[in-house]
Design a protein around this ligand. Structure first.
Ligand SMILES: C[S@@+](CC[C@H](N)C(=O)[O-])C[C@H]1O[C@@H](n2cnc3c(N)ncnc32)[C@H](O)[C@@H]1O
Length: 244
């Protein structure tokens, strides 16, 4: 059955087929790399915000003995996650209004979700609120490596994962203004290229990734905008300021 046109890319059959249980560049290898930079103690309470089908939550619980919970705004994603793993602790909710008490989490992971969040200020406030002082924030996401040429990204559809790509300066600046200290920033753009290549081989084009329709104007403008912005992928680890 064909996907409905309004379906976000990460819920499309193309992405589910290519990405497997992780719906983003880098997969669980990138999660493992992030965890190696954090040294979280076993039993720490952790939330994966925008958990998709729950692969990271499962990994954190099974292989790191963390008390991990997943949260996602999509009922469809949570349904798939529960089908894959019925015992996983999962919550329906929005990054901009987290259902956790103040200072109760040792770490928050946001793997390829912040570019999708409409109220980004609220999401940063909420992540800061629910973390303990000294708590860890792991972010992986798409970013614009040529931000002065990224204005054309606004031509992409609202639901496109690429539309919200920001520069590293803007992301780190926002992190610092929100009360975090940057511990690590790594470029993993090769992972984005690999995912793009796999999508081309599986689907014949990147149209599903751009989120474009068959409209000729959008079919020309979107690839140009994406090329000019020189999109890449990053991993960052930050610590909430304050004494644990
Ligand atoms: C690209 S997928 C990544 C999923 C997962 N983190 C992974 O690595 O496979 C983005 C996910 O973020 C969720 N999402 C987007 N905006 C959200 C929001 N404001 N609050 C909670 N979840 C959100 C989507 O429903 C989707 O499951």
């Amino acid at each position: 059955m064909a996907d409905t046109p309004s379906l976000p890319f990460y819920e499309s059959s193309a992405m589910l087929a290519v990405g497997g249980p992780t719906l983003r560049p880098g997969g669980l290898e990138l999660t493992k790399r992030a965890l190696s930079l954090c040294a979280l103690p076993a039993d720490a309470r952790v939330a994966d915000i925008g958990c998709g089908v729950g692969a990271t939550v499962d990994h954190l619980r099974r292989h790191h003995r963390l008390r991990a919970v997943g949260l996602d705004r999509s009922a469809g994603m949570l349904g798939r996650a529960r089908q894959r793993n019925p015992g996983l602790p999962l919550l329906k909710g929005d990054a901009a209004c987290l259902p956790f008490e103040d200072g109760c989490l040792s770490a928050v992971l946001c793997e390829c979700i912040l570019t999708l969040v409409a109220d980004i200020d609220a999401a940063w406030r909420e992540i800061h609120r629910v973390l303990k002082p000294g708590g860890i924030l792991v972010l992986t996401d798409i970013y614009a490596r040529a931000p002065h040429q990224a204005t054309g990204l606004t031509a992409l559809p609202e639901a496109s994962c690429l539309r919200g790509a920001r520069s590293s300066d803007e992301i780190v600046g926002r992190m610092q203004r929100s009360g975090f200290t940057l511990l690590a920033w790594e470029d993993h753009s090769e992972a984005l290229k690999r995912l793009a290549a796999e999508l081309v081989l599986a689907c014949g084009s990147l149209q599903s990734l751009w989120g474009t329709t068959d409209d000729p104007a959008s079919a020309t403008a979107c690839p140009t905008a994406v090329r000019q912005a020189r999109l890449g992928y990053f991993l960052s680890v930050a610590r909430k300021e304050g004494i644990p």
